[in-house]
Design a protein around this ligand. Structure first.
Ligand code: SF4
Length: 464
């Protein structure tokens, strides 16, 4: 059946990148609009394999142009239920990356797709080919799908019309976990889907922590594990509680050790600094420690500027991803901001000092009333000096930590011992540490693991 397509289909193309100069068209992405959505329907409501396109096809798009895209799949089957929609939807990312010459990034309303010039030359000139190949993979890999049909939309006004409904669906999914908490369940769910590019990443999805891609919540994990227990989503028995506040459980640790091939053996689900959750690269938001104020900033994919530490999202994402525990950076899904256990062990919202305005607006209703005006955005602080001034002016609770640290420093000075002006929070021994550029770091021990350091020349100069 795959012979009908003018491209190869294989998981080996998953890591393929389509760069700007090799791209024929770009669909959705940060400079346009788009989304992907899966809806479950009754068996008699759809026609298996049907494809509908609303708007121009690839053959009608100019080379190098950019277009919106909505990809809507409707699925049916005896075992298909609403809880499976998010899990199926997340696989659109994998399956489209199996297609040679197609690059699919991110999820939900953040999707970003490119089709390469080479693929176009070989005959990939219609979205119907992509849709049919993707539907074939959905049915092959997820046999509980008995019928599937796809509607792709590339007309901007039609995409915009459907986008609100899609966002309402994502929101309704996320809302389901609101009244369920980690202590209410005996089982969490794991996901290793992203190990294809981040081999040691294990996502732990709990009622109080959505996956870092933001696409899989506890209910979604449960539905996926039920229908395909050998698949990439699976149950994790919690086991013994080791640290209730940090979110450490013996069952999670055991599994983390085996699934990361021993790379790490402890995970604290709600900790930023100590044995943090791994970050694969699909995270919606990156958290970054700002040692100068002893606070944590957060930046999402949509923010195009630089954070107060002078770094854009892309640079910090590069430091964070890869499936490691990187102390100082943490990838999360946006819905984790709404969790009552949000980095609880590190101070929760009282530790948050900066986030982009659009991101802050998205989660505004969930920020505690007493802190909401004290979290700076790019409109209040664009660098470390303006951030410090803002936090002081607003009497942010982080100031209490500054006082404690100053007192500690004074005590240390009295004992005539050299000490750093700002202590790093406690971290696991042997954990790689990533420091933002220009952050000083006096007194910090940096351990490079699995690193190759090559030096062409060493010049030794007498100091002036
Ligand atoms: S980010 Fe995590 S939950 Fe989401 S697909 Fe990847 S491994 Fe699964």
């Amino acid at each position: 059946m795959a012979d009908e397509f003018p491209f190869e289909i294989s998981p080996m193309f998953e890591g393929e990148r389509v760069r700007k100069d090799g791209m024929y068209v770009e669909l959705a992405g940060p400079k346009s609009k788009g989304f992907e959505l899966v809806k479950s329907v009754g068996m008699d409501e759809i026609e298996d394999g049907k494809f509908t396109l609303i708007g121009p096809d690839i053959s009608e798009m100019e080379e190098g142009s950019r277009h919106p895209i909505a990809m809507i799949y409707r699925i049916a089957g005896e075992l298909v239920e609403q809880d499976l929609e998010a899990i199926v939807e997340r696989r659109n990312h994998d399956f489209q990356n199996y297609i040679q010459g197609v690059m699919h990034l991110n999820q939900r309303y953040d999707i970003w797709i490119r089709v390469s010039k080479d693929a176009m030359k070989k005959g990939l000139d219609s979205l119907e080919q992509i849709a049919k190949a993707t539907m074939m993979l959905f049915k092959n890999e997820l046999p509980f799908i008995e019928k599937i049909e796809a509607t792709y939309i590339t007309d901007m006004s039609e995409v915009e019309k459907e986008l609100d409904g899609a966002i309402a669906t994502y929101t309704a999914r996320d809302e389901r976990t609101r009244n369920l908490h980690d202590e209410d369940v005996d089982v969490f769910y794991g996901c290793t889907l992203c190990q294809s590019f981040a081999p040691t990443n294990v996502c732990v999805v709990t009622p109080d922590r959505i996956s870092l891609c933001g696409a899989i919540n506890w209910f979604d994990g449960r539905a996926a594990a039920k229908v395909d227990p050998e698949g990439p989503q699976f149950a994790i028995e919690k086991g013994e509680i080791i640290d209730a506040k940090g979110g450490e459980y013996s069952g999670v640790n055991d599994l983390a050790k085996s699934l990361s091939n021993g790379e790490y053996d402890r995970i604290k689900i709600h900790s930023f600094f100590e044995f943090p959750h791994t970050s694969c690269g699909c995270f919606e938001v990156v958290g970054f420690y700002i040692p100068e104020v002893d606070g944590i900033g957060w930046v999402d994919r949509d923010f195009m500027g630089t954070a107060p530490n002078g770094l854009p999202f892309s640079t910090m994402a590069g430091q964070t991803g890869g499936g490691k525990q990187v102390v100082g950076f943490l990838g999360i899904g946006i819905n984790y901001f709404r969790s009552p256990k949000f980095i609880e062990v590190d101070g929760g919202w009282n530790r948050v000092v900066w986030m982009p305005k659009l991101l802050k607006d998205k989660v505004l209703a969930d920020i505690p009333k007493d802190i909401v005006d004290k979290v700076a955005t790019e409109e209040d602080a664009s660098d470390l000096e303006s951030l410090k001034a803002f936090l002081k002016e607003k009497d942010h609770p982080i100031l209490e930590r500054w006082v404690e640290e100053e007192e500690e420093d004074e005590a240390v000075e009295e004992t005539a011992t050299a000490a750093p002006t700002m202590q790093m929070p406690m971290m696991a021994a042997g954990t790689p540490m990533a420091m933002p550029a220009g952050s000083g770091g006096s007194g910090v021990k940096i351990i490079l693991k699995n690193a190759k350091v090559s030096i062409d020349r060493v010049i030794i100069k007498k100091s002036e």
